[in-house]
Design a protein around this ligand. Sequence first.
Ligand code: HEM
Length: 221
Amino acid sequence: MGLTGLFLITFLIVHCSINAMIFFNDGGETFNHWAHFMGSNLIIRIMEIGLFLGLILHIIQGLVLTLQNNKARPIKYAKNNASSNSKWYSRSMGLLGTLILIFLIIHLYHFWTPSRFGGMWGIHELQETTLSTYTNQPVHDLYAEMQKVFEGNLLIVIIYVLGVFSLGWHLLHGFQSAFQTFGINHKRYTPIIKVVGIAFSIIVPLVFALMPVAIYCGWVS
Ligand code: HEM
């Protein structure tokens, strides 16, 4: 779980950094260019298969772990003061993971399926293309797609904010837990990992949440 979790964390860093280019306020030019690079580069497309396999594996591992935990103690404690030795989010990883999965299904339907399979099986196509100022080649206008998804669509914006909020709580436990799985328990480094984990779990979801909110409120153009 730790390994697939760290792999997914790496994906989040790349995804968040590229998407944050919409804040350059250049009509999405830089963002579209790099999103196109990510979508068309052969090596990254191969890594994308790894990403989805990693995601599926992470979900299966989570389910197996939950089943094993339940099996280890089929008869529940008569009195269990769980909050005295663990945080609620560490006990709710399954629930948080399920909320993220629901968010992901909606999210992939919005952006990934039209960009990869648009027009096939009746999935709506990304109509808009724009010329990259970097290569002068036509690229999918994913920025226009973002505007289409979020502008005037408060419900979708709320779903996205709740989705990344769940992601933040999930990471708060998951980040540090991944390092613990590898047996990294060091007097000096563990407190540093904890601080980095907390900062990551707050900053990345916050930047993600700002994207739909900023587009909805017209803060980026
Ligand atoms: C909340 C703000 C977010 C926005 C505006 C956003 C936007 C996008 C866009 C435009 C794409 C399509 C990229 C392409 O076709 O090349 C995409 C793909 C994707 N997003 Fe997001 N995303 C957000 C958050 C997230 C989060 C929090 C996750 C994970 C928990 C996530 C997971 C994915 C995955 C797995 C893909 C497909 C992978 C790929 O393109 O290779 N996204 N997103």
